[in-house]
Design a protein around this ligand. Structure first.
Ligand SMILES: NC(=O)c1ccc[n+]([C@@H]2O[C@H](COP(=O)([O-])OP(=O)(O)OC[C@H]3O[C@@H](n4cnc5c(N)ncnc54)[C@H](O)[C@@H]3O)[C@@H](O)[C@H]2O)c1
Length: 267
């Protein structure tokens, strides 16, 4: 029997998931899943810029790699502020020459009953999670189009983009918007070789979860009822999916939302 063409016996060691020579920006990279994705992208060979509102936290994350064989770069940004985003992109291009990967992990939450949701909290959640993801993607997409050799943009959605849970109406609206942001940019930029995808986490044990813990409805009973794997995710358990979407292993994947959700959306 003849062997099928283009079948490699050794995909992984041929560098399918490697990101050598790529420059990646991870917003919200100082903490939680962003921090885990920063390390995973750097360990895959990328030059990584941690772009976070909290510069001290970003520096602390960068310094946590002292014994490792990669260096992390830091920058301050407010993703909800166009001038701040544009300044970030200019500084990354000046320092590193190009941008190949963007992970939009910056995000905030806020829990209030819908009937009492404060307008300022609503505005900030939409501004950071939805408008901020758009502003970052717009600025990076423009740069990628000018570079002419494509790229990968990864947005952080949520299982809350699909299913509702209580006291999170602004957050759920923002994450639903991230799904359509992902699809619309994938459609507009596919012919530039820019792939745009999203990740949809279930509940992960991060500072976002800890901050909301007092008001949260996420109990073990909630997890047992809604997930197949009956525990919260750990931040590092998001890392492999980000490397996959950033790499040429995912070169046929665009406009997609990959649920890393312990089976939440299956039941
Ligand atoms: N933790 C979860 O259970 C969960 C579930 C689904 C989706 N998500 C999403 O995953 C992403 C990461 O969440 P996490 O739990 O790791 O959060 P986290 O709170 O640990 O980290 C968020 C980071 O974003 C930064 N940030 C906040 N506002 C910013 C701004 N305006 N500009 C730049 N940086 C800003 C923070 O300083 C922080 O470092 C978020 O988009 C979140 O909505 C989280």
């Amino acid at each position: 029997m003849s062997k099928a063409p283009n079948i490699s016996a050794d995909y992984v060691s041929s560098g399918l998931f490697r990101l050598d020579g790529k420059v990646a920006i991870v917003t919200g990279g100082a903490s939680g899943m962003g921090e885990a994705m920063v390390h995973a992208l750097a360990q895959s060979g990328a030059t990584v810029v941690i772009a976070d509102f909290d510069l001290d936290a970003a520096k602390a994350t960068a310094e946590s790699v002292a014994d490792r064989d990669y260096t992390l770069h830091t920058a301050q940004v407010d993703v909800a502020d166009k001038a701040s985003v544009d300044a970030l992109i200019a500084s990354v291009v000046e320092a590193h020459g190009h941008i190949d990967v963007l992970v939009n992990s910056a995000g905030i939450a806020g829990r209030f009953p819908a009937e009492d949701f404060p307008e300022d909290a609503y505005d900030r959640i939409i501004a950071v999670n939805l408008k901020g993801s758009f502003l970052m993607a717009q600025a990076v997409g423009r740069q990628m189009i000018a570079q002419g050799d494509g790229g990968s943009i990864i947005n952080m959605a949520s299982i809350g983009a699909f299913n509702a849970y209580p006291q999170a109406s602004a957050y759920l609206q923002s994450k639903g918007g991230v799904l359509q942001l992902t699809r619309s940019l994938a459609l507009e930029w596919f012919d530039h070789g820019i792939r745009v995808n999203a990740l949809a986490p279930t509940i992960y044990a991060t500072s976002m979860m800890a901050k909301g813990a007092k008001k949260t409805t996420v109990t073990q009973d909630f997890i047992d009822a809604r997930q197949l794997i009956d525990r919260m995710g750990e931040p590092h358990e998001m890392a492999g999916a980000a490397v996959f979407l950033a790499s040429r292993a995912a070169k046929m994947v665009t406009g997609h939302t990959l649920a890393v959700d312990a089976g939440y959306l299956a039941v």
